[in-house]
Design a protein around this ligand. Sequence first.
Ligand SMILES: NC(=O)c1ccc[n+]([C@@H]2O[C@H](COP(=O)([O-])OP(=O)(O)OC[C@H]3O[C@@H](n4cnc5c(N)ncnc54)[C@H](OP(=O)(O)O)[C@@H]3O)[C@@H](O)[C@H]2O)c1
Length: 267
Amino acid sequence: MKMPNLGLGTFRLTGQPLRDSLLQGLELGYRHIDTAQIYANEAEVGQLMAESGVPRQDIYLTTKVWTSEFGQGKVIPSLEMSLEKLGTDYLDLALIHWPSPRDEVPMAVYLEQLAEAKARGLTREIGVSNFTVAQLKEAIDILGPGAIAHQQVEVHPLLQNRKVVEFCQAQGIAVTAYMPLAYGKVLSEPLLMEIGQRHGVSAAQVSLAWLLAQGMAVIPSSTRRENLTANLAALKVTLSSDEMAVIATLDRGERCANPDFAPAWDN
Ligand SMILES: NC(=O)c1ccc[n+]([C@@H]2O[C@H](COP(=O)([O-])OP(=O)(O)OC[C@H]3O[C@@H](n4cnc5c(N)ncnc54)[C@H](OP(=O)(O)O)[C@@H]3O)[C@@H](O)[C@H]2O)c1
């Protein structure tokens, strides 16, 4: 299954908010769910997928391997545990969540295990998240061209991350924009609101449409039916080339996800 270009993010969501997000999202037609070992919600995600009645094979399911699971012999058991919690025997995509903090585990050690997980059928595709251009080059050297299908990275109008996005696209690595609404910061951006007014849509929808028009997938999270519906409707918003260009001027490097173990970012 090809990754649908709009998915449901699940960071921070457990209990009733996760239920509101996934059951309403699947009912409205979303078929792509993004979770991670560190979100501590894989078991709930699995239960809700089953409860929704949507067949497993109709959902594109991503999880991410946490950095504590990178050591030799650890990646595959951690993914087997994820599969058990998610109640499925395969993932569509397994990502390395962050590069190993301070390179504590050499990249070849964890990437080769990830490739082995794919060879064993635990996941259909593999990829990385939060990798810089230099780290992507190293990853391609380790696994060979074409092995890394996806990179998930923070991108929105306030942090356009052009160097890494352009590098991925030139290498045929699909980009998923995480925090595509900058966790709410784009909502009050006057230029996005003004463009939205012209199209009869919100600043959030403009942000998603702008990312989608550049060939990226987006995984906004929402617990509210009206926002889930609005985000789906962003698939139908077409921005003019002038609007695309003016949104490009909003880049101000405003990074929302920047933990102390983050790599030395490209910009
Ligand atoms: N790979 C990584 O390291 C990484 C890091 C961070 C995030 N992620 C992934 O990216 C996903 C998205 O990131 P995020 O959840 O942090 O931030 P986000 O999607 O940018 O923003 C989510 C916030 O926006 C609100 N919202 C959603 N749609 C809206 C709309 N149409 N209008 C107004 N408000 C709207 C939501 O509130 P309501 O619930 O009220 O709608 C929520 O508070 C995560 O869930 C996770 O799956 C990955």
